[in-house]
Ligand binder design. Sequence first.
Ligand code: ZN
Length: 310
Amino acid sequence: MDSIIELVPDFKGKIWGGRRLETEFGYEIPAGPVGECWAISAHENGDDVIASGAYAGKTLSWLWAEHRELFGNCEGDVFPLLVKIIDADDDLSIQVHPDDAYAGEHENGSLGKKECWYVLSAEEGGTIVVGQNASSREEFAQMVEEGRWDELLNVIPIHTGDFFQIDPGCVHAIKGGTVILETQQSSDVTYRVYDYDRPGDDGQLRPLHLAQSLDVIDYGMAAPESGAVTAPEVDGVTTLVTTDCYTVERLSVAGELTFPTPYPFTCVSVIEGEGTVNGKPVKKGSHLLALSACDALELTGTMTVITSHL
Ligand code: ZN
């Protein structure tokens, strides 16, 4: 059994999607607008298949259920993380996610959704919605009813290389012209606050979830002014965020870099350049899952890599 496995990504057609997963990342994708690449996922809505090796053809959820020793006997009903690339050609809905407690009670025991975004590319003058300006449930509901979106939403400029942590309760939306690498809890629970009155493929408006949104929005959360990364880079490694659900790092490889991985597993995504990871050739768009038997990533080449682990 290899200590590092490769997965077959799962692609999702979305009304707001584009074609950049093909043109910028070289993936073979289905026809039409494609919004998401579920690159490392064991979620039932997009359970990735193992590409090669002893367990080729099996899914990541199967491996998690049947061979927990490969993940250091890590506990948990479900593989806890999900790594996606999101290509937003048009604006995504204004949305918010619940925490574990609310999702567990109201969404069939699902995990809540904490997520974070690394901006892979952004258009000149591009913006993103992170946070909102109402101080109470009543004020938020009133501003929605009156359609005062410009006042309500915290819209900030984005640039390639920006990073945003989106906690449960934070109102957010990725806007058109943006490609993002998202690391999140393995959950698919989204409450839509507003969808620009935009019809779906079937000509119908997608459902909104204002009541649930009002329940879960954190009205006291401070809204950020920028996504610029201020954490220092130490020997090629920048820690982008550490939460109780995940830690995410950016590795800047110029020649050789050794990154110790004393974790049950480590998600590895190459976002720029090319090289090797423990001898495997990789390039922009490659995603690997290092298992607990992998003590360190030995990286060579000229590339930027995003890692995540518990
Ligand atoms: Zn979200």
